[in-house]
Design a protein around this ligand. Structure first.
Ligand SMILES: C[S@@+](CC[C@H](N)C(=O)[O-])C[C@H]1O[C@@H](n2cnc3c(N)ncnc32)[C@H](O)[C@@H]1O
Length: 285
């Protein structure tokens, strides 16, 4: 692997990783609730399965997992398909936990982790069959991320990505009306979301598809799974109260209330048809 350039550390993820395990479980992403009665852990694995079903994995596939969290999606994919995976993240703490778990499972020769930035990963061109981007794209500039994914994919390789996406960009009048209503309901507003979820940027479904095509991908497919992921927010809030004492070891009471305000706000965005959740597949010709 080429020498890695300096990486901006993921301060947010280093700070929250331990506490988030109580809220999210070991998968730092939304669940896919085929049945609203499913448990959160089952639903987060189901999201991995739903995205993986769009691709063609085999025990010979080489996979790059961009923004790998603490490694759970990579472990799940390896267990299911026998593929070889390299997970990258800018969070020191995330990579430390992922490496430890991989060693404990005795699979570190097949599922390895390292610090690297998804927009400048340092791997050689055409190194992977599949690039997997599970709920980390909102933290990166999309065109740089997509062109880096395209560069490291082999010909015929697949990009599989999912994330929060905007279902529409509100018009100016709608936007101001909505913000006013929002401010009344949640005085902390956007700030609470940034503090709770990190400095991300959500884009529309169309924007994602256009960026993928712009850097050279073809066969772009998108699936809207907004309804299926929505019950996740209720689970996060419930875990926040169940594990409040443990979470208070890392978070202040203010950070806990910020998180709850942020998930209420996000739920409101979903119900108003502004935010949604999309799966995307694209192919390198
Ligand atoms: C919401 S978490 C998703 C983690 C994992 N994919 C999962 O589903 O469990 C976002 C992840 O992206 C990582 N991340 C943030 N910015 C990144 C970047 N520029 N390059 C690589 N990883 C990044 C974070 O450290 C974190 O691991």
């Amino acid at each position: 692997m080429a020498m890695q350039r300096s990486i901006e550390p993921s301060v947010h993820y280093d700070r929250i990783t331990d506490a988030w395990r109580y809220i999210f479980g070991d998968n730092f992403h939304f669940g896919y609730f085929k049945d609203p009665k499913m448990g959160l852990n089952q639903a987060t694995d189901a999201l991995v399965d739903a995205l993986a079903d769009l691709g063609e994995f085999s025990n010979e596939s080489t996979v790059l997992d961009v923004g790998c969290g603490i490694g759970n999606p990579a472990f799940h994919l390896h267990e299911k398909y026998g593929c070889r995976i390299t997970g990258i993240s800018t969070s020191q703490r995330g990579i430390e936990i992922a490496k430890m778990s991989s060693e404990e499972k005795g699979i570190s020769h097949n599922v390895a982790f390292q610090i690297a930035d998804g927009t400048k990963n340092g791997f050689g061109a055409q190194s992977f069959d599949i690039v997997w981007v599970l709920e980390s794209s909102h933290l990166m500039e999309k065109e740089r991320l997509f062109s880096e994914c395209h560069r490291v994919l082999k010909k015929g390789g697949q990009l599989l990505l999912c994330d929060l996406m905007l279902k529409k960009r509100p018009g100016i009048a709608e936007h101001f009306d909505y913000l006013a209503r929002l401010k009344l309901a949640y005085p902390l507003g956007y700030l609470s979301m940034k503090k709770a979820f990190g400095r991300g940027k959500n884009e529309t479904f169309d924007y994602y598809a256009a960026k993928a095509r712009r850097v050279g991908f073809i066969g772009v497919e998108q699936i809207d799974v907004s309804d299926e992921v929505l019950p996740t927010l209720e689970h996060w809030r419930a875990n926040m109260s169940t594990h409040r004492d443990a979470i208070l070891k890392t978070f202040t009471p203010k950070q806990i209330s910020d998180f709850i305000a942020a998930s209420n706000l996000l739920e409101d965005f979903f119900r108003n048809g502004i935010h949604g959740y999309g799966l995307l597949k694209a192919v390198k010709p």
